[in-house]
Design a protein around this ligand. Sequence first.
Ligand SMILES: *[C@@H]1O[C@H](CO)[C@@H](O)[C@H](O)[C@H]1NC(C)=O
Ligand SMILES: *[C@@H]1O[C@H](CO)[C@@H](O)[C@H](O)[C@H]1NC(C)=O
Length: 234
Amino acid sequence: MNSKTLFTLATLGAVASAFNLPDNLRQIYENHISGDCQNPLSDAFEGGAQYCGDIPNAIFLKGSDGNYDNMDVDCDGANNSGGACANDPTGQGQTSFQDTVQSFGIEDLDANIHPYVVFGNEGDSPSFAPQDFGMEPLSVVAVVCNNQVIYGVWGDTNGFTSTGESSISLAQLCFPDDGLTGDNGHDQKDVLYIGFTGSDAVPGTSANWSAGSAEEFEDSIKDLGDRLVAGLLA
Ligand SMILES: *[C@@H]1O[C@H](CO)[C@@H](O)[C@H](O)[C@H]1NC(C)=O
Ligand SMILES: *[C@@H]1O[C@H](CO)[C@@H](O)[C@H](O)[C@H]1NC(C)=O
């Protein structure tokens, strides 16, 4: 292979990964990472992040200057010790919106299959209820991680004060090469979680809740996720 071919391949590689993250979302990521949140919707939580209203029609987790949030791994829900969750000491048998999930014909979300994000904190102080700001349960959430965007649903809430948490399937879609498990998350605070306000973000029965894999579920919400992201102002 001569050096011109190598150069061409390198350029194509860069273009291909740029396509993974739409330009407006890349700009949003870059525009909001420095400084502090200007329109905080909550106080800062123990990891330093707070729910932030700086992006219209969205709620995102903003860390201190230069940071978003990390990605802890959640295994709650059906089969909470299955697969890479076998070593998770804290898994709970159910997720917060199990009643609604059951209306879609499954017993509960399965962390190994449903890419879901944990959003909202019910504990003492500080606490935060995304519903108070117009986010609806089981709505689509965009997660910017590892230079790409992965879609999940808002599937669980935290009973205490930690933030930056997603199901094992979402964590593995974000960081497929990092060996993430129920007991081993992603520590760097470079993950941007964006929830969308309003009922347009709720996939309802258009998502394949009975999907057999995370990829299959992801496919069923990708068009809606792409539309919601396209509607964000950079
Ligand atoms: C639980 O997860 C494991 C590993 O992913 C899988 O082999 C098993 O079939 C699952 N069980 C149920 C009841 O879904
Ligand atoms: C949802 O996933 C299941 C399991 O793979 C599949 O059998 C079914 O056809 C899918 N439903 C839709 C609407 O794609």
